[in-house]
Design a protein around this ligand. Structure first.
Ligand code: TPP
Length: 589
């Protein structure tokens, strides 16, 4: 005769009130301030959906888990809170992977809650488990990019794991955390007060007065110093502190793609973006600097011209001081004179305050030089802002977009001309209004991320500027925007192909095989505006350059999601920097 050993929960149940875990967990999410969960259903998560449906939390049901993850990512960027994703196991988990990895590479706080196969099936290879060579291990797919992957083995662990997930996703360098829950645990009972602990309020690390003094001294004494701002400056909401430091010591500011917006576009000390798609004045000043103070950046490949010293950074002889939330980033690609692990806002505030009233080396006619350098580069393309040609020049599209969208409106890009052109040329004045996928550079990010941005900031305009390739990866975003009542605008730059890669192949191999949209050898165009209308949304086909401005005005004033499709000439974004892939390609016979 077998003896039934009571579990911890059974023992607890005899003494205290209990409720079903899914409901307690949802109430906990409400208490943590979660306003919205983005996800897609499956049999493993309907217990949680039932609870969510009865809560104050909104559930945005997407039609692809990658869309859910990108939307949660956009929400996190525009709200400053972690994005929350709900995913089914197996195909749901693998579909969401790209979106979660994209968030990870851009240091976006995110909690992914996944329903898994029932716990008691471990090793039996149940329905929809990814398990051919490992048992009950599919959550490990998230390991290379999540800050933690938790598999909850017992329902009693759920409160602690969720608290850890919300804490870790936001603490230090933010990023995604996976909470993988065997579905039977959602339906188990927990004591009503099981979800007690909330994430600690964190005092972020700053720099002490002596270190601040040392850095300010070095900047003041340097002959050609540069401040180099990454996305960490924007996510720490530290742009005011950066401007104060730059102005106090008269130091020019260069930035990464994600650092765009760190100073107003018209700030006289702004050099612009560095690297392959950067600006010549930014690359020149970085390369010839005697001291660079880099803040909140990985000094990653695209912005560093593949780390080739002839183009963007030449370290040494340039000396580098690097402030970052993550110690692993310090010294990775360049020898670093001083590494500082600190919060960008606190560190820049300490530096700005130490720099107030300090004398510094004479910077000569630095501001004039910057103005001249920026103007000379813009002269290569600013005449195109008014070009009437059809298909449109991409620069005309940017000009119309800038005119139509208020300064505090969001420009969400994808990858392609949109990201590279906006990063290089588009005037941003309000920090945080430029949202872009940098580290993973995922095609498909923009059309979905704009949903989360609009959810976080419903009173501000939100436009996704995307290529036709990126838009068509997942046009189901239109239906989701309709269902969630999110009046976003997608401005689709249509060049009938994966234009950026087509241009690269053409430059090296003389044709663009495999990169253009074709049917029977002819260009193949999809009517995305009609697709929008089929979803009950608005769709506008722009048929002349002059028609784009009015179309944008109309779309931004509408209370329905709108797709604006505009034919665009496929021209490459200027590349003042370097990318060493261009040295790899070899053309045979
Ligand atoms: C998921 C994914 N697959 C492939 C790529 C490689 N890639 C970079 S840009 C690009 C073309 C994007 O085409 P489109 O959205 O039409 O924009 P365009 O380049 O024409 O401006 C591709 C395929 C990528 N970044 N992401």
């Amino acid at each position: 005769m077998s003896t039934v050993v009571p579990t911890t929960i059974d023992r607890i149940e005899q003494k205290v009130d209990t409720r079903i875990a899914a409901y307690l967990m949802t109430e906990y999410l409400e208490r943590l301030g979660v306003e919205v969960v983005f996800g897609l259903c499956g049999h493993t998560v309907i217990a949680l959906l039932d609870a969510l449906g009865k809560s104050r939390i909104r559930f945005v049901s997407t039609r692809h888990e990658q869309v859910a993850a990108h939307a949660a990512d956009g929400y996190a960027r525009a709200s400053g809170k972690p994005g929350v994703v709900l995913s089914h196991l197996g195909p749901g988990l693998t579909n969401a992977c790209t979106g979660v990895a994209n968030a990870a590479l851009d240091s976006i706080p995110m909690v992914v809650i996944a329903g898994d196969v029932p716990s008691y099936y471990s090793g039996r290879h149940p329905h929809q488990e990814v398990n051919l060579h490992q048992d009950a291990d599919q959550f490990q797919i998230y390991r290379p990019f999540c800050k933690r992957v938790y598999r909850v083995e017992r329902v009693g662990d759920l409160p602690r794991v969720l608290e850890r997930a919300f804490h870790l996703s936001q603490a230090g360098r933010p990023g995604p955390v996976l909470v993988d829950v065997p579905m039977d645990l959602f339906s188990e009972d927990l004591p009503v007060d099981a979800f007690q602990q909330v994430p600690a309020v964190m005092a972020r690390p700053t720099i002490d007065a002596a270190v601040a003094e040392q850095i300010v001294n070095a900047l003041a004494a340097a002959e050609r110093p540069v401040l180099y701002a990454g996305g960490g400056v924007l996510s720490a909401r530290a742009t005011g502190e950066l401007a104060a430091l730059a102005e106090a010591l008269e130091v020019p500011v260069a930035h990464t793609l994600m650092g765009k917006g760190c100073l107003r576009h018209d700030h006289p000390l702004l050099l612009g973006q560095s690297g392959f798609w950067g600006t010549p004045i930014s690359n020149d000043k970085c390369r010839t600097a005697d001291l660079i103070l880099a803040v909140g950046t990985r000094l990653a490949e695209a912005n560093s011209s593949s780390w080739d010293p002839r183009f963007t950074f030449s370290i040494p002889p340039t000396r580098l001081i690097h402030i970052d939330a993550d110690e692993a980033e310090i010294g990775r690609n360049y020898p670093t004179e001083l590494g500082v692990v600190a919060d960008a806002k606190l560190a820049l505030a300490a530096l700005a305050s130490a720099a107030q009233g300090r004398t510094h080396r004479d910077r000569g006619r630095l501001r004039d030089e910057i103005a001249r350098g920026r103007k000379a580069f813009a002269a290569n393309w600013d005449h195109q802002w008014s070009s009437d040609q059809y298909p449109l020049r991409p620069e005309r599209i940017l000009a119309e977009l800038r005119k139509a969208v208020p300064e505090d409106g969001f420009i969400v890009t994808d990858v392609g001309w949109n990201k590279n052109g906006v990063g290089q040329q588009f005037p941003i004045t309000v920090p945080g209004t430029f949202v872009t996928p940098s580290g993973l550079a995922t095609m498909g990010f923009g059309p979905a991320a704009v949903l989360g941005v609009k959810m976080a900031q419903p009173d501000r305009a939100a436009v996704a500027l995307v290529g036709d390739g990126g838009f068509s990866t997942n046009p189901s975003v239109i239906a989701t925007a309709m269902e969630a009542d999110l009046p976003v605008v997608w401005l689709v730059m249509d060049n009938a192909g994966f234009g950026t890669i087509a241009g690269l192949e053409k430059a090296h191999y003389g044709w663009n095989f495999g990169c253009m949209f074709e049917r029977c050898g002819q260009p193949y165009r999809v009517d995305y505006a009609a697709m929008a209308r089929a979803c009950g949304a608005r769709g506008i086909n722009v048929e002349s350059a002059a028609a784009l401005g009015p179309a944008l005005e109309e779309a931004l004033g509408a209370n329905l999601p709108t797709v604006i499709q505009v034919a665009m000439e496929n021209v490459p974004t200027p590349t003042p920097g370097h990318w060493d892939i261009n040295d790899i390609y070899r053309k045979g016979e």
